[in-house]
Design a protein around this ligand. Sequence first.
Ligand SMILES: Nc1ncnc2c1ncn2[C@@H]1O[C@H](COP(=O)(O)OP(=O)(O)O)[C@@H](O)[C@H]1O
Ligand SMILES: [Mg+2]
Length: 325
Amino acid sequence: MLLREATPPGVFTWFFRSSTVAAGVTRSLTAPASASDIEQRLATEHYIADRALAISLFLALKLRRPLFLEGEAGVGKTALATAIAGALDAELIRLQCYEGLDIGHAVYEWDYARQLLELRILEATGELDRAGAHRELYSDAFLIKRPLLQAIDPARRRPAVLLIDEIDRADEEFEGYLLELLAEFQVTIPEFGTIRATQPPLVILTSNRTREVHDALKRRCLYQWIAYPTYDKELAIITARVPDAPARLAAQVTAAVQELRREPLYKVPGVSETLDWLAALTALGRETLDVDGVEHTLGVVLKAKDDIDAVRGERLAAILQRARA
Ligand SMILES: Nc1ncnc2c1ncn2[C@@H]1O[C@H](COP(=O)(O)OP(=O)(O)O)[C@@H](O)[C@H]1O
Ligand SMILES: [Mg+2]
């Protein structure tokens, strides 16, 4: 079995000295110096990270360990991967997990159609012997690289951010396959050999906790639970994301969502719903939150009929009163 690259992954090289021109502004990026540095950079990407999360990210980069993010839907797990890629000026490679996800879609696939065509040509020209043909047909040229392989491609000049999103949706066998990748930043392809990253990616895994993820996988990662944001954090998030919303409306919407999360709901609203709600009310020209406006837009924040039926009426009036206080 051959090893496709000579140098083992060395020191983690987030050596970004490149200049990028974004919106006419030239910025020079270097490796994050501290957790506060990460916090600030994420803020420029309109992502509000608290201290614990910034420290986890810093350590994931420093210790070259994958970061496993768990939390309810809509608390900002996926958005964090996008934001940190922006903050590091790194390419974001995303693998969305789903039931039945297999190696062929996640890691690599041989391009059978092209291999077959090539085989015909080789046969017709009689150019190669059997061993030569095998080498030729199972070479890099016929390998279709899927997200995981793209992220550890030795040809990569700079580390990428690899997002393995909603791992709890994939089958447990798939987790087993990830172990080698997460521990060694390498994958083994039987016909080809072992491919190992020279620029290991920053790996971010997320789970909405619809099932427990295996301990062996978690053991290889740093773990961070992302809770629903506090009032202050949520207000900061929506102010950053919907800057044209009236300040009073933003504060009241945040308070109302915080109140709603205390109700025994079937589907608790996430930050996405707060953002959508604020955007909807702003689009309708509302300056403050009133019963009428809420009644007409309740479907933006509550996504289950039972929840809407349960909240509508007196309970909603009480929630509003507390939110406006
Ligand atoms: N801390 C945060 N800072 C900025 N935006 C956030 C934050 N948390 C959540 N969001 C926003 O909330 C929405 C939902 O986040 P998302 O990452 O899709 O949630 P999850 O992946 O946890 O289900 C996105 O639009 C995201 O931009
Ligand atoms: Mg997500």
